[in-house]
Design a protein. Structure first.
Length: 202
C-alpha cells in the first residue's frame, strides 16, 4: 500500500526512532491557544460515551474535561505515556517499523492524532489500521501546526506548505478507506491551527 515515494518518506535523521524519543519531553509542542483550540475541536467532534484511541500521543492529550468511556494511548516514550492521566491503558510501538496495531477490529469510536502525523513514513498502512479499529461511523481527528522535529519529519511534509500538509493528511485519510468530512485552517498570531477530520465510510 504505497502512497508516498521512497524519496517523499525520507527523513534527515534515518537513525533509530526509539533512541531519538528515548528521553521524555514533558512539553506541549504548541502554544496555549493552539492547545485550547484542539480541546474545542475535540469537544465538538467527540462524545462522552466514546472509546478513544490516542495515536502517537504523549503526556497530555488536550481532551475536554468530559470523561470518555475508555481511552487507549500509544506513543514512543514510556514515561510520557505513563504520565498521561487520561489513559486507561497504553502501549509503545514504532509505527514506522510496524504499522499493524495490536488492537481488535471495531474497538473505537474515535482515533485522535495530534502534532505527530508528520513523522509517519507509511501513512496509508497506518490509516488503514485506524479504519480497521474504528467502529461504524467512527471518526479520525488529525491536528498539526508548523512546529516539528525537522530531522524526523518526512521529506514530503518538510517541503509542503501548511495547506499542502492538510492535503497530505486528507490523502492519508482517503488512502485508509475513510471520507474527509472537515478541514480547519486558522492562521492567527500564534501557532497556526490545522486539522483534518475523517469518518468511516458507511
Amino acid at each position: 500500500m504505497a502512497l508516498l515515494s521512497d524519496t517523499a518518506r525520507q527523513k534527515l535523521d534515518g537513525g533509530d526512532d526509539g533512541r531519538f524519543y528515548d528521553t521524555p519531553r514533558f512539553v506541549t509542542h504548541a502554544d496555549d491557544a493552539w492547545c485550547a483550540r484542539l480541546t474545542e475541536l475535540y469537544e465538538r467532534v467527540l462524545n462522552p460515551a466514546d472509546r478513544v484511541f490516542d495515536a502517537m500521543g504523549s503526556w497530555v492529550s488536550h481532551f475536554p474535561a468530559t470523561r470518555f468511556d475508555r481511552v487507549v494511548g500509544h506513543g514512543l516514550n514510556e514515561a510520557e505515556l505513563a504520565a498521561n492521566d487520561r489513559y486507561d491503558e497504553w502501549f509503545v510501538q514504532n509505527l514506522n517499523s510496524d504499522e499493524q496495531l495490536p488492537l481488535a477490529d471495531n474497538r473505537f469510536d474515535a482515533v485522535c492524532c495530534a502534532l505527530s502525523v508528520q513523522y509517519l513514513q507509511y501513512p496509508a498502512a497506518v490509516f488503514a489500521e485506524f479504519e480497521r479499529v474504528l467502529d461504524r461511523d467512527g471518526r479520525v481527528v488529525v491536528s498539526f501546526t508548523n512546529r516539528m522535529f525537522p530531522t524526523k519529519a518526512i521529506r514530503a511534509w518538510r517541503a509542503a506548505s501548511m495547506a499542502g500538509r492538510a492535503d497530505l493528511v486528507a490523502s492519508y485519510i482517503r488512502a485508509g478507506g475513510m471520507t474527509v468530512t472537515d478541514r480547519i485552517a486558522e492562521d492567527g498570531s500564534g501557532d497556526p491551527f490545522f486539522a483534518v477530520v475523517g469518518r468511516v465510510e458507511q
